[in-house]
Design a protein around this ligand. Structure first.
Ligand SMILES: Cc1cc2nc3c(=O)[nH]c(=O)nc-3n(C[C@H](O)[C@H](O)[C@H](O)COP(=O)(O)OP(=O)(O)OC[C@H]3O[C@@H](n4cnc5c(N)ncnc54)[C@H](O)[C@@H]3O)c2cc1C
Length: 416
């Protein structure tokens, strides 16, 4: 993402004429745009192009056509290719202007592009099949603790039978649960959302079930221990019980259909739920057998934050994926009460982000890379701070990059 080598003078007056070919997600169809930008805007433009997944060709510098105008700015190292072909001077990140958002021109005949594929996939996503006024009644078929001795709190996996209705979903969505009973005003409880932890095929890979990963909310107030209504209802529920379910909802956390995509995941606590669904879809042998159209071949990198080792969730499965798919799966843990960060403090997920900043950003430069964040809302500022510092170390501006990633549908956040 960096234009490298050569003249570092801030007073470079050359004008670069570039052609941008739209390939990125979220675009209705392929189009090309021609722009002429001063050197000072080239760095930002390159960032913007790379993050959108577009392709950039520099065709002339100061009106002089280039011999081989095929530089593409969409893969790691690709800006090196731009520099090599154009001998573009190194941009000072501090002085780059925001890239203009040029108007699309010259649309080529509509051809199926990754953008088109993603849009179709999103249109197919089921939402609100069951609403609170007429919920689906699911039956609990399993409820067990995901924690081992020595863990803090209570986190359970709860599975519901969905047979007899039309409740179906895909990875990354949530469902609503309406707990039994009434609130302090005597009114029926409102629904609470929970991220779905199973794939669309369910944990038995036979379709027709859904699993959740639920932490019992527990806090102290005026000397009393308070337990959350719905999370306690779910953690205590017995197999055979009937439960009101709504949804599914959510399009924010969907996986791209591309088998070669790279997926970076930041999870804390039950934020692992959607990631567990993704990882099962990618690596679980029964899932791979069931989905011949999705044989994941990209890189998946999970950053997991937990207070203690005993609080890590789905650890056995994750270790199995590491053994079976060493080229495709990477797993980095931040165990706050057991590990120390470089400053001698507790190790949080943002410390791991900083430690791995170079590799994370190298992956983000690739338009096939998507980043997912899920867990308690409090994790967001820490990750943002770490990404800001990590970006700055590479001469990039995270405040500019993040909206571009978001616009390109490559930055996915669900915190609660
Ligand atoms: C999209 C989405 C996905 C979610 N996915 C999951 C998931 O996968 N797993 C999961 O466990 N949860 C998940 N949640 C959270 C879940 O919806 C509930 O909010 C959670 O289970 C608590 O509900 P409850 O009924 O147990 O608590 P409630 O009885 O509703 O109590 C919650 C209320 O308690 C108060 N409170 C909470 N903590 C404190 C505190 N420390 N001090 C004082 N007051 C406090 C606040 O007023 C809060 O609104 C998700 C939420 C969203 C929006």
């Amino acid at each position: 993402m960096r234009v490298s080598t050569g003249n570092t003078s801030g007073s470079d007056s050359r004008m670069f004429t570039v052609v941008i070919e739209n390939l990125g997600v979220g675009r209705p169809r392929r189009a090309t745009r021609q722009l002429t930008v001063p050197f000072q805007q080239l760095q930002s433009l390159l960032q913007s192009v790379a993050l959108r997944g577009d392709r950039l060709k520099i065709i002339s510098v100061d009106g002089q056509p280039l011999a081989a105008p095929e530089a593409a700015a969409q893969a790691p190292g690709s800006t090196g290719a731009v520099a090599a072909e154009n001998d573009a001077p190194q941009a000072d990140a501090g002085e780059t202007a925001a890239a203009p958002d040029p108007v699309a021109a010259d649309p080529l005949p509509a051809t199926p592009s990754p953008a088109k594929k993603a849009a179709v996939a999103h249109a197919d996503v089921p939402v609100n099949l069951y609403k609170p006024k007429d919920p689906f009644i699911g039956t609990v078929i399993d409820n067990y603790s995901l924690l081992v001795d020595g863990a803090i709190g209570r986190v359970n996996q709860i599975t519901f039978d969905l047979s007899g209705g039309n409740l179906h979903y895909i990875e990354g969505q949530s469902i609503g649960i309406i707990p039994e009973g009434t609130d302090a005003n005597g009114k029926p409880h409102k629904l609470r959302l929970y991220s779905i932890a199973s794939t669309r095929h369910g944990d038995n890979v036979e379709d027709g079930t859904v699993s959740l990963c639920v932490r019992q909310l527990e806090y102290e107030k005026e000397g009393q221990t308070i337990y959350g209504v719905c999370s306690t209802f779910l953690c205590d529920i017995e197999p055979g019980a009937k439960v009101k379910i709504t949804g599914p909802v959510g399009k924010e956390m969907l996986l791209p259909p591309d088998e070669d995509a790279n997926i970076i995941m930041f999870a804390t606590g039950t934020g692992i739920a959607p990631m567990r669904a993704y990882l099962r879809r990618m690596f679980e042998p029964t899932e791979r057998a069931k989905n011949p159209e999705y044989q994941f071949a990209g890189k998946a990198w999970l950053f997991m934050g937990a207070p203690k080792t005993a609080n890590l969730l789905y650890e056995d499965d994750l270790q199995r994926y590491l053994t079976d798919f060493p080229e495709n799966f990477r797993y980095t843990k931040a165990i706050s009460r057991e590990q120390q960060n470089a400053k001698g403090g507790r190790m949080y997920i943002q410390d791991r982000v900083l430690e791995n900043a170079d590799e994370i950003f190298a992956m983000i430069e690739d338009p096939k890379t998507h980043v997912y964040m899920c867990g308690l809302r409090g994790m967001e500022p820490g990750i943002d701070e770490a990404m800001t510092a990590a970006a700055a170390a590479k001469g990039l501006n995270w405040a500019e990059l993040r909206p571009q990633l978001k616009k390109a549908e490559r930055w996915h956040v669900e915190t609660y």
